[in-house]
Ligand binder design. Structure first.
Ligand SMILES: NC(=O)c1ccc[n+]([C@@H]2O[C@H](COP(=O)([O-])OP(=O)(O)OC[C@H]3O[C@@H](n4cnc5c(N)ncnc54)[C@H](OP(=O)(O)O)[C@@H]3O)[C@@H](O)[C@H]2O)c1
Length: 288
């Protein structure tokens, strides 16, 4: 039995789909059972749980063999990771697979805020005494869904990363690697860097999406400062806006353009391209 946390989020939902298709016994830990039923379907095994409630974690891991650990970006991330590592001690859980972030152990990038948030949890997972695998993906291809309102309104997309490149990864590939890590001992004790097949600039991603949709999509180049200030004005917490500013700045400066072969190594096939992701999600950008 595998416990999927963050099961209503991007990677958790993709993982639930993969596990369902492979008929792997699974349980989803969710904060809101009603919301989860509508997102995941009423026939899934759902348990109410919150990382800030230790008793709920104890109930969620009861009878489970492996845990997929997703903790949401923000300053509470490390405490939430540590809470799950505490909750599995002395239980039947034998393996932890943690969703982390690229750059945690890369000189230079390890100073990024996202690396600081993830590092304590990575270390706790590695020192938990259980089998473990750490997944360090780059930015998700699905972040492009944030452009859908502008595309539907024929408004320009604000791009803060200039011509800086990044090998964005399809969430389905992260989920596919997670299934292997959760079910095969060959991945125990490994930390994988997960990227898409090719580093692309954001304007190139927008152009690919435009070709797939058959639409011209305009771009407005904005500075990372302007992008972060817009998030602040929209009510996004300061710690998150500051992390976005930092990430966009590094991206713009070409410091996050590296790619990895780990997806191909684990899955025996190349990662999906951004174009393939765009084709499969074209409906999300159409207004009719
Ligand atoms: N987006 C990227 O490009 C990117 C790149 C690299 C790494 N990452 C990492 O990916 C992780 C986020 O994964 P994601 O994008 O799949 O998640 P997501 O879509 O942001 O969803 C967050 C999930 O966490 C759940 N959650 C939030 N607070 C919780 C709490 N206190 N207790 C229990 N569950 C809680 C949410 O449940 P509700 O539905 O109840 O809110 C939701 O299921 C972060 O650690 C981030 O650093 C992201």
């Amino acid at each position: 039995m595998i416990l999927v946390t963050g099961a209503t989020g991007t990677i958790g939902r993709a993982l639930m789909n993969e596990l369902r298709a492979a008929r792997v016994p699974r349980r989803a830990m969710v904060r809101d059972v009603g919301k989860a039923k509508s997102l995941l379907g009423g026939d899934e095994d759902l348990v109410q749980g919150d990382f800030s409630d230790a008793a709920s974690l104890a109930a969620a891991v009861d009878g489970v063999d492996a845990v997929f650990l997703v903790t949401a970006a923000g300053p509470a991330l490390a405490e939430h990771d540590l809470a799950m590592v505490r909750a599995v001690q002395g239980t039947r859980v034998k393996k932890l697979v943690k969703l982390s972030s690229f750059g945690v152990d890369t000189p230079g990038l390890n100073a990024l805020k996202s690396s600081e948030w993830h590092r304590p949890g990575e270390q706790a997972v590695m020192q938990s005494g259980l089998a473990w695998t750490v997944l360090r993906p780059g930015a998700f291809a699905s972040n492009a869904l944030g452009w859908a309102p502008q595309i539907r309104a024929s408004a320009p997309i604000q791009v803060a990363t200039g011509e800086g490149k990044h090998a964005v990864i399809d969430p389905r590939d992260i989920a596919a690697v997670a299934v292997r890590a959760l079910t095969e001992s060959a991945h125990d004790g490994k930390a994988y860097s997960l990227s898409g097949p090719e580093a692309l600039s954001t304007p190139r991603q927008v152009a690919i999406l435009g070709e797939v949709l058959g639409l011209p999509i305009a771009i407005e180049d904005v500075s990372p400062q302007v992008a972060a200030d817009r998030l602040r004005a929209a009510g996004v917490p300061e710690a998150y806006a500051a992390a976005v500013f930092e990430g966009y700045t590094w991206w713009r400066e070409g410091k996050v353009a590296s790619r990895s072969d780990d997806v191909a190594h684990v899955l025996g096939r190349e990662p999906r391209s951004f174009e393939a992701w765009a084709r499969d999600h074209a409906a999300a950008f159409r207004s009719d």
